[in-house]
Design a protein around this ligand. Structure first.
Ligand SMILES: C[S@@+](CC[C@H](N)C(=O)[O-])C[C@H]1O[C@@H](n2cnc3c(N)ncnc32)[C@H](O)[C@@H]1O
Length: 390
């Protein structure tokens, strides 16, 4: 079964009328601006105007700054975004191989950063999780790309206890992130029928929290036969075990370390053993996305589904605002396929998702909601659920 037209229409209407509130749309717009301002600050901090008097490619800039090699991915995407959105640099050449030359500005963004932060805060206290996350990126920029390349990965994979709250806010409290879990839960709940669900990259629990909250509210907890929660961070797995077993004692839970960049079999996920593989903002971590999806396909029973709530690239070569910080992480920026079906690291364009699902042998792939239908009223939209069937 592919997603029916009726379900697609219903989901699109729900996103438009309930999920994408005026605050969400406004916050998305403001965070884009905040990212542009932080990029301007970074450009000034590193004195890139002087360095780019002569045209340069990202690897040359990286070497001149003494940054680690693949930091060039972070600089390349930052400069492309600046070229497109603020005209600070001229961008020439093929995408991802561009040459950058300084053109103008940027002026000191300090006052506007404070103003935009104030406008974001006025939307509600949790919205500042997004500005805090970008502030953290600016504070950690040189440290992560030069002095301590593992620094951001320690945060993202829960190895640094001191930053647990920052990361929890960035993935769960931030309403712009939280909506990924709400979207995934709405799609998944409508498909469940008593089988086994394997959640991958469950992390701090956004996906499971939405799903079980909604299942309980609708009296649907019995629709889950078994729920296996996994992540590469045992700290995250154990914290979620503590939370969810207490809250939903009737559910048959499983808790596991699982690395999605390694084969399924040796990690004791047997072929044809699960009905749904679920992930909220985690599937894009796969370095070899087609190989990972083939593993998913093997683990699914015939007719089983993957359901991935994902941040997507609406334009093939865009840098998402939160990548100002995420691109400081080695695992985020080094998940590229360098193939026509996945030219950028991590997040995929909807067409990329359809292509990789096809390559991995899935019979159908749908991307929800109807992104084109929402384009005019929410031009900054960035979230979707990818559903594919074995
Ligand atoms: C953006 S977070 C999303 C977490 C959670 N699904 C949520 O929405 O709150 C990505 C998650 O992927 C996990 N992760 C990173 N690399 C992974 C890997 N190789 N295999 C499995 N999980 C991984 C991280 O620990 C993190 O919990």
């Amino acid at each position: 079964m592919s997603v029916s037209q009726e379900r697609r229409t219903d989901f699109t209407a729900w996103c438009r009328d309930e999920l994408f509130t005026p605050q969400i749309r406004e916050a998305t717009h403001l965070i884009n601006r905040y990212c542009d301002l932080q990029l301007a600050a970074m450009y000034r901090d590193l004195d890139l105007a002087a360095m780019l008097r002569e045209p340069k490619k990202a690897p040359d800039i990286t070497a001149q700054l003494g940054f680690v090699d693949n930091a060039s991915i972070a600089l390349r995407d930052a400069l492309r975004r600046m070229g497109e959105r603020s005209g600070t640099v001229r961008v020439e050449g093929d995408p991802l191989e561009e040459t950058f030359t300084h053109l103008k500005g940027p002026s000191d963004p300090t006052q506007e950063l404070a103003d935009v932060r104030g406008e974001v805060a006025a939307l509600g206290p949790d919205f500042t999780a997004a500005t805090d996350f970008l502030d953290f990126g600016r504070d950690s920029f040189v440290k992560s790309l030069k002095d301590d390349p593992d620094y951001m990965d320690k945060l993202l994979s829960g190895r640094m206890k001191d930053f647990a709250e920052l990361w929890h806010r960035a993935t769960n409290a931030d309403p712009l992130q939280d909506l990924h879990g709400a979207m995934g839960a709405r799609v998944l709940e409508s498909m469940l029928d008593g089988g086994t669900v394997l959640e991958i990259g469950g992390g701090t629990g956004n996906g499971a929290r939405h799903l079980f909250g909604s299942l309980e509210k609708h009296g649907n907890l019995g629709k889950v036969g078994k729920y296996i929660f996994t992540d590469i961070s045992m700290r995250f797995v154990l914290a979620s075990k503590h939370e969810f077993e207490k809250k939903y004692p009737s559910v048959d839970w499983g808790w596991k370390f699982f690395d999605l960049n390694k084969p399924f079999g040796p990690q004791k996920i047997e072929p044809e053993s699960v009905d749904v593989i679920y992930a909220v903002n985690a599937a894009h971590v796969a370095k070899d996305i087609v190989g990972f999806l083939q593993g998913c396909r093997e683990a699914l029973r015939p007719g089983g589904h993957v359901v991935f709530a994902e941040r997507i690239r609406m334009n093939q070569y865009e840098m998402a605002p939160r990548e100002f910080t995420l691109n400081l992480s080695v695992y985020h920026r080094s998940a590229p396929q360098k193939a026509d079906y996945r030219p950028m690291h991590c997040y995929l364009h909807p067409d990329n998702w359809r292509a990789v699902m096809d390559k991995a042998g899935f019979s159908t792939c749908d991307v929800l909601p109807d992104l084109d239908a929402l384009k005019t009223e929410f031009p900054d939209q960035y979230a979707a659920v990818v559903v594919a069937q074995k």
